[in-house]
Design a protein around this ligand. Structure first.
Ligand code: ZN
Length: 634
């Protein structure tokens, strides 16, 4: 398939599949009534976001992959169009949001000054004019999308040189497409400065690496990866991404960098949406770049795929700092996803509403905790005030209020709610068996669950049925009714993540887990200490009865480490060699990484002194993570 066409399809694939799946139930009367009540709320949002999302659309790729002007591409009619075809199995607010998102292609943010390519990928590429060229802010997840974005830009705006690239933060949808920009420049972009927030590289490479496999598995639920029957699902790794370090990481909290005659003011926002992140202001254009600190939806303070908790208080304070610094003069605010907002009052409104959203979630969680509420009680009690809730950019299209509140509890108190029974819980299977017995057997449990389902009590039905499935995973009646309950919950969800999560659960209950080939290969760019930290987390240390000290030397990079096996734990000391090693292992860094990823065996590329079979006994216990472990059953 033509590369550009596949890029276009990608954007529509991300608009979730809402076509009814034969294995899922029809929306119930309760679901329909719930969704009908939402449609009225959406009406009140008005067309402002829709207008902004379409504003300045210049052109894009047609179905054949040819670049064409905007007026030659099929266009949604108007804002009201979303109302004409709302499927019954989706929350109308989420449906409206998908509709608002705008076409894929090149947009003018400020005439002759700032342009954006949006919708070719989950991330956007922004072009900011400098004296003799343009600065590129963020480069999407993959080289192909970034190259297609640059091509669109040159077609309509002209072939201007790229004077620098800015990564706003350490997430792959913002840096990984870098080669698409660099390769479009003379000499493959050699000498083009790349500016990033401090600790960009170590965050990009280190964040999520130790727990990467379970996060990846849970992400297939969060992103609905396997929901389309006809496709393998969208994978962030199916195109070419790369991690290229910045040539300059910022050093100050606030810092101005002049690039090709134009000032870029940076305000770093670490440990908020990303570990390493920065907001950017361009005084010449009175333009504010949001990174992912401000987006047109409530964001995750804890992402359900699993990650470290984000601090809503710090997040809110950074947004306030940006407002205090630039709020008076800013005229346009643009993000790395979605559409910009124009006009000083509108920009201030967006930033204030998001500042207060995260502040409110943080403070209210603590308010309830101060009253003795536990996380699930807080999650059910917390409500947004009308002034925050009725603002479209604060809606729960991505993050979810109840989940975010639980995360802020966890930020301070951990996962334990303080109730004695929860200090040492049974496993779900043990608990499930006891519940089923107490209720009078599986059939009786199903009767209770069916009654709950028939009355629209889907959360309770799912709570009970989940216990039955964990006790008796082969019971097809329980699986079916649980899948039906999840489906109804998914149909009602405004949050795309929650919708996907429920529907993914329903699908695996009925269709099983769709396994694909897995690879355990670790990134050769990992620092040697972090490499052996990851290896330690894959090491089945229970199965060995030895103490060993290994000196590891990467002959090409010069990195060294001591790896110590003692008391069944695998420790390491980076940059240090033992003076009494049992084994010395030397090879190229790539071979070392391949060896400990279990993708190559000991061979003549490795120089080993000491007992090779001892080394082999360690390697044999490094196991590939299970990328497709069960979620909805034991
Ligand atoms: Zn992002």
């Amino acid at each position: 398939m033509n590369k550009k066409i596949s890029l276009l399809l990608l954007s529509s694939a991300l608009v979730m599949s809402v076509s009814a799946q034969s294995y899922l139930p029809a929306p119930s009367l309760y679901t329909k009534a719930h969704n009908d009540s939402i449609a009225q709320i959406v009406e009140s949002f008005g067309s402002e976001d829709f207008v902004n999302a379409n504003r300045g659309f210049i052109g894009g790729y047609d179905k054949e992959g040819k670049i064409v002007k905007a007026n030659k591409l099929p266009k949604e009619k108007d804002w009201n169009y979303w109302k004409t075809k709302i499927p019954e199995n989706i929350n109308p607010s989420l449906w409206h949001y998908i509709h608002v998102n705008g076409p894929a292609g090149l947009f003018e943010v400020l005439p002759d000054q700032i342009y954006q390519v949006r919708g070719l990928d989950i991330g956007s590429v922004t072009f900011v004019k400098t004296n003799t060229g343009y600065v590129v802010i963020d480069v999407t997840t993959n080289e192909e999308a970034a190259a297609a974005a640059y091509q669109l830009f040159t077609h309509f705006v002209g072939k201007h040189p790229v004077k620098a690239v800015i990564y706003t933060h350490s997430h792959g949808d913002h840096y990984a497409g870098i080669q698409g920009i660099l390769k479009s420049q003379p000499d493959n972009g050699a000498g083009i400065p790349i500016i990033a927030p401090s600790k960009f590289f170590e965050s990009a490479i280190g964040e999520n690496v130790i727990a990467g496999a379970p996060m990846g598995r849970r992400a297939t639920y969060q992103f609905g990866t396997f929901l389309n029957d006809d496709a393998d699902g969208y994978s962030l790794t199916s195109r070419h991404g790369d991690l290229i370090p910045a040539t300059q990481e910022l050093t100050e909290d606030e810092q101005t960098v002049k690039i090709d005659g134009v000032d870029f003011d940076f305000l770093q926002t670490p440990n908020t949406e990303a570990v390493s992140a920065t907001i950017v202001y361009i005084p010449k254009y009175k333009a504010l770049c949001q990174a992912d600190e401000v987006i047109h939806t409530m964001h995750n303070l804890l992402t359900p795929r699993g990650a470290k908790i984000r601090d809503g208080l710090a997040w809110s304070k950074y947004l306030d700092r940006a407002l205090a610094k630039w709020g008076k003069e800013v005229q346009v605010s643009f993000g790395q996803h979605q559409w910009p907002v124009w006009g000083n009052d509108k920009v201030n409104e967006l930033w204030e509403k998001q500042r207060d959203l995260y502040r409110y979630i943080h403070d209210q969680t603590l308010y309830f905790a101060n009253q003795g509420y536990t996380p699930s009680e807080i999650a059910n009690a917390i409500k947004l005030p009308k002034s925050l809730q009725d603002y479209m950019a604060n809606r729960e299209y991505y993050g979810k209020l109840s989940f975010n509140a639980r995360s802020q509890y966890q930020l301070y108190f951990g996962f334990f709610d303080g109730v004695p029974v929860n200090i040492d819980p049974l496993t779900p299977t043990e608990e499930g068996k006891e519940w089923v017995e107490a209720i009078g057997g599986v059939e009786q449990a199903l009767t209770v669950a069916q009654k709950a389902y028939d009355n629209g009590k889907y959360r309770w039905a799912a709570t009970l049925l989940n216990k039955v499935v964990f006790a008796y995973p082969n019971h097809s009646g329980a699986r079916k009714l649980l899948a039906d309950s999840y489906a109804q919950l998914g149909y009602q969800e405004e949050s795309q993540i929650f919708r996907y999560y429920y529907l993914a659960g329903a699908k695996e209950l009925l269709k099983g887990v769709k396994k694909k080939e897995t690879k355990s290969q670790l990134n050769p760019k990992l620092g040697i200490g972090l490499l052996f930290d990851v290896v330690g987390s894959r090491f089945n240390g229970d199965k060995i009865d030895k103490s060993l000290t290994i000196n590891v030397k990467a002959i090409d990079t010069g990195e060294v480490a001591t790896v110590i096996l003692k008391n069944n734990a695998l420790s390491n000391r980076p940059n240090v060699l033992s003076d009494q090693p049992d084994i010395v292992l030397s090879a190229s860094k790539k071979d070392i990484v391949d060896l400990f990823s279990r993708n190559t065996k000991l061979n003549d590329r490795f120089t080993i002194s000491g007992n090779q079979s001892d080394l082999q006994s360690i390697l044999d216990l490094i196991e590939t993570p299970d990328y497709y472990f069960n979620i909805i059953e034991p």
